[in-house]
Design a protein around this ligand. Structure first.
Ligand SMILES: Cc1ncc(COP(=O)(O)O)c(C=O)c1O
Length: 393
């Protein structure tokens, strides 16, 4: 029997991180000891207070049955309380918050609720793939805007042609930004909000890294400029090293949250209740987040010093867990990533073009960059730094 993939799946290239995993495997097979600065998965343990809360909740919830698809009220209230404390924004736990099974799931499925075939979804390049992959699965049309150094890695919304904006349903923004490490200020959100409002476009703000910042003041949320037509996606994955728990949330305009909930009731049966209890405990504690930030900053300092010693122009990120490292003159990001992969160096980074999409004019804004992740342990980052210092670009 002939088994054929659906067109929407077979047309997709391999997910970038699968390609990188394969490279790490090959290096190990060849006897090298790679330091994987490729994937953004925290090496530190999930804080003990969160693990304890989860363990206790498993027993307390012994006969709980299926979770609620929109999330446990206790967790939604914790999200509302945290949002008020962190951003000074009131969201109603009943109608303006809903859980996700990690924000990747929420981001990908969001398009199912709001994108009709042919609708345009505006997404950053470089950027997190599910913004556009979700759009493609909903038979929408992704349109990529560049994040360039000369524009501070912010979108130039006025450069989006009217003919494209007229067909757009969603504008994705992501600050603190993966992979460029830039934060956006309130003025940026005000501008994006006004632009979206004038055109009837949903402002979808991925704030998965909102708590990993190294600036003087914490970065704002899109919700601080308005709720009408705005939805934010956040997650405990990075803030609390809870990637394996798969828990996040959407919050914002109740009509958008209701549309998202309608998809979710058809799709899954909600996040595990004991995971939501662990997430509630995580949201009530800021001490572990401060420690997390301090350790990421320490690793960023170490890596930037080593990259500079190797002759590269490196700068500290303002937020996230990534360095968006520009390749030296005459080299592309792919060249730099290959140089780092030599067995005697064996540092794995993600060539920028693998996480960037070509623009309508064919240019790939990630071409000259490599993404280096700060998620490995301090010891592994130190190992990478020692090897980097032996290089000269
Ligand atoms: C920009 C961005 N958004 C969202 C996510 C998804 O996080 P999660 O699904 O673990 O909540 C990631 C994960 O790496 C990310 O880099």
């Amino acid at each position: 029997m002939d088994i054929r993939l659906a067109r929407r799946l077979s047309a997709l290239p391999a997910y970038a991180f699968a390609v990188i995993d394969e490279k790490v495997r090959l290096l190990r097979e060849a006897g090298a000891d790679p330091v994987d600065l490729g994937v953004g998965d925290p090496a530190v343990a999930t804080p003990e207070l969160i693990r304890r809360a989860c363990q206790e909740a498993v027993d307390e919830r012994a006969t709980a049955g299926y979770p609620s698809t929109i999330g446990d009220l206790g967790f939604r209230q914790a999200v509302a309380g945290w949002t008020a404390a962190r951003f000074g924004v009131t969201v109603d736990a009943d109608s303006e918050v809903s859980t996700t099974i990690g924000s990747k799931e929420g981001i990908f499925h969001f398009a199912e609720a709001f994108v009709d075939p042919g609708d345009v979804v505006l997404a950053p390049s470089p950027g997190y793939p599910p913004y556009s992959r979700g759009a493609l699965f909903a038979e929408g049309t992704p349109w990529f805007y560049p994040l360039d150094a000369q524009a501070g890695f912010l979108p130039d919304l006025l450069a989006i042609p009217d003919a494209v904006a007229d067909r757009a349903k969603v504008l994705w923004v992501n600050y603190p930004n993966s992979p460029t490490g830039r934060c956006a200020d309130l003025a940026f959100y005000k501008n994006a909000y006004a632009w979206c409002q004038a055109r009837g476009i949903i402002l979808a703000s991925d704030e998965a890294y909102s708590e990993l910042w190294y600036t003087e003041a914490p970065p704002p949320s899109a919700l601080e400029v308005g709720k009408d037509g705005v939805v934010v996606f956040n997650s405990l994955s990075k803030r609390s090293a809870m990637t394996c728990y798969r828990i996040g949330w959407v919050a914002g305009d109740p009509r958008i949250v209701a549309g998202f909930r309608k998809v979710k009731t058809n799709l899954d049966s909600g996040a595990a209740t004991f995971i939501q209890d662990a997430a509630t405990a995580a949201l009530r504690d800021e001490t572990h987040v401060e420690q997390m930030r301090a350790e990421y900053l320490q690793k960023a300092d170490m890596l930037v010093a080593a990259l500079r010693a190797a002759g590269l122009q490196a700068a500290l990120p303002q937020g996230t867990v990534y360095l968006w490292q520009k390749a030296p003159c005459g080299m592309t990001g792919l060249d730099l990533a290959q140089a780092l992969l030599r067995p005697e160096v064996a540092i794995v980074g993600i060539p920028g073009e693998l996480i960037s999409e070509p623009l309508p004019d064919g240019r790939n804004p990630g071409r000259d960059y490599v993404r280096l992740s700060l998620t490995p342990s301090v010891d592994d980052v130190e190992k990478a730094c020692e090897r980097l210092r032996r290089l000269s670009f």
